[in-house]
Design a protein around this ligand. Structure first.
Ligand code: AMP
Length: 214
């Protein structure tokens, strides 16, 4: 199963992708996670990406396309993968399509996760991230037992620069102008399925599985 999780920031793509990883045994490829790892390791790529990411702007297409093309060549992608946060622009989608055509491995499905902007703002502004491990928290919906401390590893929780109010507004604007056109792009290709992204995680997983297998 080669699939894309498409949706606005805060739609829960990262969490939903992890559920799909467990169900289908295929890797999650998150360009946001790869960029944040490069940022933490202070690689040249991370340093280049930082100024865009902090503002909630998109990193240039050529950078993320290069990352994904390399990642898709790794052996764990042979049975499929879940692209999370990529593509985010039509040129990225076109570059992906060309790369997959070369590899003779077309996409199977694109799930479009739908959540209203008002709900996204509440979700994103309360989000807290661990500095040490991938566990996420939310001040209202999933608070840590001790404020500011990760339940899983004891690491420090912080608010990502791109989860600050101004960056959130930018990210939503960018989503509507640059990423939402992909809904039409993949609808025309006949592989897009819309999924309501509001509700319990288990209910959303059921909806995703029905959309993928139905
Ligand atoms: P995410 O964790 O997916 O919300 O990504 C965090 C940030 O990384 C985004 O706000 C962008 O600055 C950058 N980023 C991640 N994926 C992409 C992409 N496909 N194209 C451009 N920028 C990206």
């Amino acid at each position: 199963m080669r699939m894309i999780l498409l949706g606005p920031p805060g739609a829960g793509k990262g969490t939903q992708a992890k559920d799909l990883v467990n169900k289908y045994g295929i890797p999650q490829i998150s360009t946001g996670d790869i960029l944040r790892k490069n940022l933490a390791d202070k690689t040249p790529l991370g340093i280049e990406a930082k100024s865009y990411m902090d503002k909630g702007a998109l990193v240039p297409d050529s950078v993320v396309v290069g990352i994904v093309k390399e990642r898709l060549k790794e052996s764990d992608c042979a049975k499929g993968y879940i692209l999370d946060g990529f593509p985010r622009t039509v040129p990225q989608a076109e570059a992906l399509e060309a790369a997959l055509a070369d590899m003779n491995t077309p996409l199977d499905k694109v799930l479009s996760i739908e959540v209203a902007d008002s709900e996204l703002i509440e979700r994103l502004s309360g989000r807290r991230t661990c500095r040490n491990c991938p566990t996420g928290f939310h001040v209202k919906f999933k608070p840590s037992k001790v404020e500011g401390v990760c339940d899983a590893c004891g690491g420090e929780l912080y608010q990502r620069d791109d989860d600050q109010a101004e960056a959130i507004a930018n990210r939503l604007k960018t989503y509507h102008s640059s990423t939402a056109p992909l809904i039409e792009y993949y609808t025309k290709k006949g592989i897009l399925r819309a999924v309501n992204g509001v509700g319990d995680m288990s209910v959303i997983l059921d909806r995703m599985v029905k959309a993928l297998e139905g």
